[in-house]
Design a protein around this ligand. Structure first.
Ligand code: NAP
Ligand code: F7E
Length: 468
């Protein structure tokens, strides 16, 4: 079985890649070029897994690229996870959010319809579709009323998938996933911001954690459980839409209280609104509230009714709220304890989106006051990771049978392929493999060395890629 994952360098891509490799899939992933040439969360996978993934370098907003990727790989399953996924950022940059989330999804469904109609598609829909929910809890029949440009863009994606399912008979399923978090969650999301802040304070920092709406109510689960539901949706006979969540709701305040408790710190809450503070037993203010982290509109009061997924898919969340908080806080405390091994944000604040985004926290331009954890945040999909690469500790994963991916040489990606035919200087072999696949070129080969056509000067510049 072959799977293509867009958004493979994000949180869900990290867990889905491991799940699919453990099931013996050939896995390909779309990666965006960025100046740091980093691979986001893929970089956190153990080397033996990472080297099994075929990389296709491109952007989902590029229709020609998406079509080439789908028609060349012809995946049995396509998981379309790529998105501008930060809700706060979507208020500041609705246009790019629409381009990626709507345009990218359209490119994916068109490519499947035109070039690989037997590919099964998973679309990453969201509880943000419900916005201000009419009913509690929410299931597949609850009306959608999105409350952010992100929610609106995902609504367009959701309906696009449904229309293509019905009009062209493609197997396309929508997941309506409630918040799911993990130890590799982007640091701009509130749960990770809290786990990083708690780890910093537990290590002795006296700077409080600064948050926004403490009363927002979310249904938080563990991302590792949710990717099993995505996979299960594509194993059904017919495409359909499914809610995945936990059926348990908590406020941001409760998440923070539990996170401090995991670190051995009991906090009590005093004051109201912007004056509310979280105070430790010895009277230190550990949490403050700032207007800066509020949104123009809030979507909350979320609670999932996942009974359809339980009945049809046999899916249920395995990780409790308390376990989730413990996993995240303990992971950040361990990373912190490793000191120099922890990749640092090179002066960027929490909320710095990987590759290209110019927004700071909550989608505001850079230069705003920085939450102190910014300076300590391990940033994934960020230049900080590249700078620290080689020293980054991969997250522990159970040992997996890592099948050799057809078409990718063993060891691909381990080193820079200057000696390989068809690999450009400075290029990773897996990227070269992906590029060759997309361009219809022969696979890079270790057999013949120095195979660039055209001259390279002694200083080694100007290789010319030759089409054969
Ligand atoms: P994430 O960590 O933000 O990852 C987003 C991924 O999309 C990254 O790999 C990113 O690549 C990629 N991407 C963004 N723009 C792209 C473009 N133009 N071309 C190609 N790739 C692009 O998100 P996540 O938490 O894993 O979520 C996965 C999906 O589920 C998203 O669609 C999200 O909206 C949806 N979702 C998430 C949740 C949740 O709670 N996590 C809930 C419901 C739905 P870079 O690394 O280059 O930025
Ligand atoms: O906010 C409140 C904030 O940014 C959660 C994405 O994966 O899940 C995610 O979207 C709540 C909101 O995630 C801060 O106002 C308080 O109510 O972690 P978040 P999100 O907006 O729920 C959905 C399902 C997706 O689909 C998205 O892709 O926390 N909050 N204080 C804060 N939020 C942030 N980020 N930072 C704060 O300081």
């Amino acid at each position: 079985m072959k799977a293509l994952i867009t958004g493979i360098t994000g949180q869900d891509g990290y867990f889905l890649t491991q799940l699919l490799l453990s099931k013996g899939y050939e896995v390909y992933g779309v990666v965006r070029r960025n100046s740091a040439r980093n691979l986001g969360t893929l970089q956190l996978l153990p080397e033996e897994l990472r080297k099994e993934v075929g990389l296709l370098e491109g952007d989902v907003t590029d229709a020609a690229f998406v079509d080439r990727a789908v028609s060349q790989v012809k995946p049995d399953e396509l998981y379309h996870l790529a998105a501008q996924s930060f809700v706060a950022y979507s208020f500041a940059n609705p246009s790019s959010t629409y381009d990626i989330n709507i345009g990218g999804t359209l490119n994916v469904v068109n490519a499947i319809r035109d070039s690989s109609p037997r590919t099964k598609l998973y679309f990453a829909g969201t509880s943000e579709l419900f916005g201000k929910p009419e009913a509690v809890p929410q299931n597949e029949s609850t009306p959608f009323r999105p409350r952010s440009p992100y929610g609106v863009s995902k609504l367009a994606g959701f309906w696009t998938v449904k229309v293509y399912r019905e009009a062209y008979n493609v197997f396309a399923s929508n997941g309506i996933l409630f918040n799911h978090e993990s130890e590799v969650r982007g640091p701009e999301f509130v749960t990770r911001k809290i786990s990083l802040g708690v780890a910093r304070i537990a290590k002795g920092s006296s700077e409080p954690l600064v948050l926004g709406n403490l009363s927002a109510v979310k249904d938080w689960g563990y991302a590792k459980d949710y990717v099993e539901g995505m996979w299960a949706m594509l194993q059904q006979e017919k495409p359909d839409d499914f809610v995945l969540g936990t059926g348990e709701a908590h406020t941001v305040r409760e998440f923070a209280t539990e996170a401090f408790r995991v670190a051995g710190i009991e906090i009590r809450w005093e004051g109201e609104g912007l004056n509310e503070v979280g105070v430790s037993g010895d009277g230190r203010v550990l949490v403050r509230v700032s207007k800066e982290f509020f949104r123009p509109l809030e979507a909350d009061n979320f609670l999932a009714d996942y009974s359809k997924a339980r009945k049809v898919l046999g899916w249920r969340p395995k990780t409790s709220f308390k376990e989730l908080v413990r996993i995240m806080v303990e992971s950040d405390m361990k990373r912190g304890a490793k000191g120099a091994g922890v990749p640092r944000c090179p002066g960027g604040e929490v909320g710095h989106r990987p590759s290209g985004s110019q927004a700071g926290p909550q989608g505001k331009p850079r230069g705003h006051s920085r939450p102190p954890e910014a300076l300590e945040a391990p940033i994934y999909g960020h230049q900080g990771l590249r700078r620290a690469s080689g020293r980054v500790q991969a997250c522990p994963v159970r040992k997996l049978r890592a099948p050799r991916v057809r078409g990718l040489p063993q060891g691909a990606g381990r080193d820079v392929g200057a000696e390989w035919e068809g690999v450009l200087p400075g290029e990773d072999k897996r990227r070269a493999e992906g590029r060759a696949l997309l361009q219809g070129l022969p696979r890079p080969s270790p057999q013949r060395k120095g195979g660039y056509s055209g001259s390279t000067s002694r200083r080694g510049s100007s290789p010319i890629w030759r089409r054969r």
